[in-house]
Write a protein that binds this ligand. Structure first.
Ligand SMILES: [Zn+2]
Ligand SMILES: [Zn+2]
Length: 153
């Protein structure tokens, strides 16, 4: 098995996390990384102990599911809960973050956002990232890596 790059490694982690999502509309995963170490991970889902979209359907307001906490927020909140600094950290997300998450990531001191898939990519979010000097880079998942891994399981 060939050694994979850090980008592919962390994005694969986010992809795996997304498979824990409980929202039927979109499955998102996020991994926060500092000094090449994963410090937190999250996926979009209900608050702990709450009703899942997968059980009772999404709670739609203005065409958005309001039941779930987004993957990026869950990863940041995990850091808040356990007292882990996010200043200067980077995040790997399966989908480009929504505007609310973008603002939270900037405010938490995240310095780079790697995303596997474009997702609406709000122009104001891009503007804010640029202003805050946050790097954004698309890192597409190399499916061959998953296949070669699966062969070895
Ligand atoms: Zn939902
Ligand atoms: Zn979001």
């Amino acid at each position: 098995m060939k050694r994979i790059s850090w980008n592919q490694y962390f994005m694969a982690q986010s992809q795996l996390l997304s498979s824990r999502s409980t929202c039927t509309r979109l499955a998102v995963g996020a991994t926060i990384v500092r000094d090449k170490r994963m410090i937190a991970g999250g996926y979009n889902g209900s608050i702990a102990g709450g009703t899942h979209c997968t059980d009772e359907g999404c709670y739609i307001v203005d065409n958005h599911c309001v039941r779930t906490i987004h993957a990026e927020m869950n990863a940041l909140l995990q850091c808040a809960k356990f007292g882990v600094a996010t200043e200067g950290a980077e995040i790997y997300v399966t989908h480009f973050p929504c505007l609310q998450c973008c603002k939270a990531l900037i405010q938490a001191g995240i310095k780079a956002v790697y995303y596997a898939q474009d997702y609406k990519n709000h122009p104001y979010a891009l503007e804010l990232f640029e202003q805050a000097n946050v790097k954004t880079e698309k890192v597409s998942i190399d499916k061959d890596i998953f296949l070669s891994f699966a062969e070895n399981v």
